[in-house]
Design a protein around this ligand. Structure first.
Ligand code: FAD
Length: 470
């Protein structure tokens, strides 16, 4: 684990830039942007400038100066509640503020995209799934609480549950998951630590506090990016030429600001913050729900409830996704929201923050899945090996039995985002010299946390861009 030495080239304003023309210009210095920037500069042949809206900040956690300040549109499917939209606004992006749960999606999910276009002896894992020369590290967070063994064992015996040998095996089910940190100092491993710090490359520069507001084209080819200072709109706009390629990596919420085509197909994972039980007999240990479990599939057909802004073509695309979901749901992986939202600019002021409309639970099937999860928890707490602890259900409460009662309760409590915004129409068709490399390109959200998939997308994208622009 190399000690971070901050040698990469951070610039505070345009007067410090070494040129006004680079081979590649990357908009967004987050998870995907820094991964691609690192890969494009490694052999010293090409120059890269990253335009990052946030600042360099090594503090920890989701403090406000490292986060965008966005409130969602009201969600009619969730009693018109509004929500804070969590997105990192800092060098390293969301990988520096995220929860570090480090999971890949399943093989089936990645195959579906093609169709659409400190170890502990309790923890089972297999190193064959993990690369030894990666720049982003994964390790287990520490010794599991004794009770965790019981919880794991009890849930693994639930009907239909599968237990892959490793979270990296690409299979749905129950497994111990690692977190994104190194296994020597147990420090967060992020795009900043892995793909920026410690790189001593004069061909890799970043300007912070930059607000890109225009991509310029020569015919159908992207040739430059214009930006202004984030804090001082009185300074004149600066235009940076991209000799080879412009790369958009501002994340699912902000890449759409630059590309109208990617404002639809918006998805995130919803969750219920608290299903609560009180133990009758207190087990020896503390309840810390650590293992990840992709829940059982109710085998349901989907209904359409799409945003009014969606064109016929977008609805057609969604129908294709439904065919894919129909297959996935039969194969034990149901962390796939069917509701679709939008990310649209403020109609009165394009420079204002984007309007984030989750439209969570607008497709009733998403709420029905939540109800299945409540029922699963009931069986788990009262019928599995845990039944000896005589748990009493506190939330939603045993008096709520009918699906309608549970649905009403769930609509008042579901949070529409577990910070996994994704989705786009892959809409850069007919344009040359421009690529999107961030979480927005996932056509359907993986049934897992998203950072590992974003790193993978960025690695693949860097290879493709290199090959294309040789
Ligand atoms: C609070 C939180 C918790 C999470 N928990 C987990 C977890 O436990 N496990 C997991 O795997 N994933 C988690 N995620 C999700 C995961 O971190 C993201 O999916 C992933 O990091 C997104 O990568 P990205 O490159 O698409 O965007 P980001 O990493 O967000 O990068 C986008 C970058 O672009 C910058 N930017 C934005 N707009 C502009 C603009 N107009 N101009 C220039 N720059 C701009 C941003 O400041 C940011 O640096 C979490 C995310 C958050 C926010």
């Amino acid at each position: 684990w190399p000690q971070p030495a901050i040698k990469a080239q951070i610039r505070q304003d345009s007067s410090q830039l070494s040129a006004d023309e680079y081979d590649y210009v990357i908009v967004g210095g987050g998870t995907s942007g820094l991964t691609v920037g690192d890969r494009l500069t490694v052999d010293g042949k090409f120059t890269v400038l990253v335009l990052e809206y946030g600042y360099f900040d090594t503090s920890v956690g989701m403090n406000p100066r490292r986060m965008f300040n966005i409130t969602s549109e009201p969600s009619p499917g969730l009693n018109n509640r509004t929500f804070r939209v969590g997105v990192g606004c800092v060098v390293g992006g969301s990988s520096t503020v995220n929860g570090q749960v480090f999971l890949r999606g399943s093989k089936l999910e990645y195959d579906a995209w093609k169709e659409l276009s400190g170890p502990n002896s309790t923890i089972r894992y297999n190193t064959k799934y993990w690369s030894k020369d990666a720049k982003i590290y994964a390790t287990f967070g520490g010794k599991p609480q004794p009770l965790m063994k019981n919880l794991f064992s009890a849930i693994s015996k639930m009907p239909g549950m599968t237990v892959p040998e490793d979270s990296g095996a690409g299979e749905a089910g129950l497994y111990w998951y690692p977190i994104s940190q190194d296994n020597v100092n147990f420090q967060r491993s992020s795009a900043r630590t892995g793909h920026w710090e410690g790189l001593n490359r004069s061909n890799y520069e970043m300007i912070v506090g930059a607000k890109p507001n225009k991509i310029n084209f020569d015919g159908d080819r992207a040739i430059s990016v214009q930006y202004i200072s984030r804090n001082d709109s009185s300074t004149p706009p600066v235009t940076i030429k991209a000799r080879k390629h412009v790369i958009l990596a501002a994340g699912s919420i902000h890449t759409p600001q630059d590309l109208p085509g990617v404002r639809s197909n918006f998805q995130d994972h919803s969750y219920i913050p608290n299903i609560a039980y009180s133990w009758g007999t207190t087990p020896n240990g503390i309840f810390v729900p650590r293992p990840w479990c992709s829940m059982m599939p109710p085998n349901l057909a989907a209904m359409i409830g799409m945003p009014v802004s969606y064109t016929k073509e977008l609805i057609e695309g969604y129908k294709q996704q439904q065919h894919v979901y129909a297959k996935l749901f039969r194969k034990k992986n149901n962390l796939h929201p069917l509701s679709r939202g939008t990310i649209l600019p403020d109609p009165d002021d394009i420079d204002k923050e984007m309007k984030v409309d989750y439209r969570a639970s607008s497709n009733t099937l998403d709420t029905r899945v939540v109800i299945e999860i409540i029922k699963f928890m009931r069986r788990y707490m009262t019928q599995s090996d845990l039944k000896i602890y005589n748990a009493t259900e506190m939330l939603p409460g045993a008096e709520m039995q009918s699906d309608e009662e549970l649905m009403g309760w769930a609509r008042g409590i579901i949070i529409p985002s577990v910070y996994h915004p994704a989705g786009t129409e892959l809409g850069v068709h007919g344009v040359r010299g421009l690529s999107v490399v961030d979480a927005s390109i996932m056509p359907t959200l993986v049934g897992a946390t998203t950072s590992m998939t974003v790193y993978a997308i960025a690695e693949k994208a860097a290879g493709m861009i290199k090959a294309k622009t040789k």
